[in-house]
Design a protein around this ligand. Structure first.
Ligand code: CA
Length: 224
């Protein structure tokens, strides 16, 4: 899943980015408000971590611009500790959650998992489709009680499809959420990845809707 970090403090941005990477996400960093607004407006992210105090355009203005343009991406704002008016204004402007600086990255990751689950319509950290369970906390996929041995790319792709189970996910959307902006990719790369995943996941778990994309669904996903 791609996550946008809009943060002008290099150290904070890099720490958050490293934590997100090791948690299996694909982070992009914007270091000023203009770049942050632009990326959030034009790229497809699963969530945004948005600092409020930013050069060029402040975080609150960015959030209002995205929301009035109909962008529903979940946004976690970073606020100054003790500044409750900032938090209230931020939530009123459409933030999904907030975290006061300085914070522990573990808390950031937990809050991020929660807003991602809520945005996908799930309230728990485990998503079950047939005999397959996605555990977003442990970052693993369990089939019949046995955790699969997936590479980070395979996990990212499978987790994204499971979070959106029942919906056909177009190839370009899946590929956006699996690979970083700067990573080289094409249709074949994704097809090869899906091919490898199919050998590990239950038979017919990932279905191809030719010309549309991939789908995981419980109704017709389990071979009888
Ligand atoms: Ca700042």
């Amino acid at each position: 899943m791609r996550i946008l970090i809009v943060e002008d403090e290099a150290k904070v941005a890099e720490d958050v980015s490293a934590a997100l990477q090791s948690a299996g996400y694909v982070p992009d960093i914007a270091t000023d408000g203009e770049e942050g607004w632009f990326l959030g407006d034009t790229e497809d992210y699963s969530a945004v971590i948005l600092d409020l105090g930013l050069p060029i355009i402040d975080g609150l203005t960015i959030l209002k611009k995205w929301r009035s343009a109909g962008r529903t991406v979940p946004v976690l704002i970073l606020t100054a500790r003790g500044n409750w008016t900032e938090r209230v204004t931020g939530i009123d402007a459409g933030a999904d959650d907030y975290l006061a600086k300085p914070f522990q990255v573990e808390e950031l990751l937990a809050r991020l998992r929660a807003i991602l689950r809520r945005s996908a319509g799930h309230a728990v950290s485990e998503i079950v489709v047939g005999e397959t369970t996605l555990d977003t906390r442990q970052m693993r996929i369990i089939v019949d009680g046995r955790p699969l041995n997936l590479t980070p790319l395979e996990y990212r792709a499978a987790a994204y499809l499971m979070l959106h189970n029942g919906r056909v996910v177009p190839q370009h959307e899946l590929s956006d959420h699996v690979y970083g902006v700067d990573e080289l990719r094409d249709h074949n790369t994704l097809e090869v990845l899906i091919g490898r995943m199919r050998k590990k996941l239950p038979k017919d778990f990932i279905k191809t809707r030719r010309g549309f994309g991939y789908v995981i669904s419980e109704s017709d996903g389990v071979a009888t």
